[in-house]
Write a protein that binds this ligand. Structure first.
Ligand code: NAP
Length: 249
């Protein structure tokens, strides 16, 4: 059985395409996750050792780490558990956005400190990272997250992607936004805010992706499917049911 570590559009897309035995694992961070028609499990494993135990007990033959590029802990755990159990691991990670001309920072804290006083910021770093902006009472924030985040000075929106560029331009104009602060998450789902800020010539303050352990990595669902098929070939015909019953190949 294949274990897909999820919580992203890529994991969902892969699960919608893959047939055979697989399970998608979600952290349980979102209160009302979108409805899914494929096998899922929800909640942490209990660190790398817990994940290794899960892999051993559930006959996991391959791991696809399709978690968000900023979900570093689970990617470290997946790497350690894969090594511990000698299980093939693939990372499915969308390409970064081209950040030429942006102000790029290694951490959320540095990005928070870089915002000029009295700026009107559109902040799209997610619920957990919003905490790092609490000390900036001299800045007005329009925050957007799926679940309620810490309250900052400004307006909080609860919304789920995708968003259109027209709607993002209108939103930024409505709130007289002067800066966009974002993680360099990459991918098309939340790209519209970047296009909107670029169109409005607003400065973009971006947080770089965290460093992750080296792993074989692909950027598309199609390439992940190819990798899964190759794993099936290497493992022999007894696992063909697990690996070869895929649509759209
Ligand atoms: P994280 O810091 O890397 O992980 C924290 C802990 O949550 C992990 O140690 C693990 O607990 C558990 N966990 C994380 N992902 C899991 C998964 N797919 N299945 C089971 N347990 C998981 O992760 P995070 O930044 O809090 O993100 C949580 C989830 O939200 C991820 O799955 C990610 O794909 C998704 N997400 C994150 C972001 C972001 O900006 N960070 C954005 C969009 C979606 P144990 O150690 O107990 O196993």
């Amino acid at each position: 059985m294949i274990l897909i570590l999820g919580g992203t559009a890529e994991a969902h897309g892969l699960a919608m395409t893959l047939e055979g035995k697989f399970i998608v694992s979600l952290a349980g961070a979102t209160r009302n996750p979108s409805k899914r028609d494929y096998p899922t499990r929800i909640g942490g494993f209990g660190g790398a050792d817990g994940l290794a135990g899960y892999i051993a007990c559930n006959n996991i033959t391959a791991i696809i780490d399709a978690t968000h590029p900023f979900a570093a802990q689970i990617s470290h755990n997946a790497d350690a558990a894969a090594q511990q159990t000698q299980t093939p691991l693939l990372r499915l990670s969308r390409p970064m956005w081209d950040s030429t001309g942006w102000r790029n920072f290694a951490s959320v804290a540095e990005a928070a400190d870089a915002i000029p006083s009295h700026a009107r910021v559109f902040l799209t770093v997610g619920r957990k990272a919003s905490v790092a902006f609490q000390h900036r009472s001299d800045v007005w924030f329009l925050t957007r997250s799926i679940d309620p985040a810490v309250l900052l000075n400004g307006v909080a929106l609860l919304q789920r992607p995708p968003f259109t560029m027209d709607a993002e331009v209108a939103l930024m104009r409505q709130h007289n936004i002067t800066h966009l602060v974002t993680k360099n998450a990459g991918g098309p789902q939340t790209r519209a805010k970047i296009d909107a800020a670029t169109y409005l010539k607003l400065p973009i303050i971006a947080i770089d992706r965290p460093h992750l352990p080296l792993a074989e990595t692909v950027e598309t669902i199609e390439d992940a499917l190819q990798w899964i098929r190759r794993q099936g070939g290497q493992r022999g015909s007894e696992n063909d049911d697990d690996y070869h019953r895929m649509r759209h190949l």
